[in-house]
Design a binder for this molecule. Sequence first.
Ligand SMILES: [Zn+2]
Length: 235
Amino acid sequence: VAHNVIDQLLIVQDRDRTLARLRREAQDVPARQKMIEAQADRERKELLVAQEQVKKKLSAAKQVELEVGAHQERIAKLRMQQTQVKTNEEYRALEKEIKTAQDEIRKLEDGELEVMEEIEALRQIIAGRESDLKKRESEIKVQLIDMHQRLAALQKEIEETQTQRAGLVKDVAPDWLGRYERVFQHNGEFGVVPVENGACGGCHMKLPAQVVHDAKKTGRMVLCNFCGAILFWKP
Ligand SMILES: [Zn+2]
């Protein structure tokens, strides 16, 4: 049990700092959860885009096959016509048409080959991303469970610290406690501070000599002229 009011307030201040830290940490948890989930969402979307690209390329390849088929039918018809022509001239004209259609087919098939290679490359990328995503998703599950537990632990710690604090402040003189609490609530870090090299240990402003002198005497409440914190002398 602390003997004087300064020692009592220092212990309260220690609990208040712990509470502030725990509350900040607890507040950060939902934001971190959201960040992790947003990252997974982005990865899922990227995967969908790649899958969409494969679909488009597959339908382009299908279209090419249809065109090749049409040319092949045309060649078959031209060959039939060749068996029925009467002159060499007509035969050569048909041969020329057949040659043109064959060139078309070759061009189309070259293009199709390229598309199929692109599809293969995309499929490999997709397979890699899918397995990455699977891993990430199970990691995320674990992380979220951890965070959930961390949050529960923080809340428990906050409650325990609050209970401790409530027990401590019962014994503190109300005027001292009131002053301390006002300052701490205002700056979130301190309400009772030592004099340090003639300056306030909280706001670090140089104190008047009289204030330093007063702070050396115990039993009197001496305040920083600048931040209002309760000052004490640490020999
Ligand atoms: Zn100050």
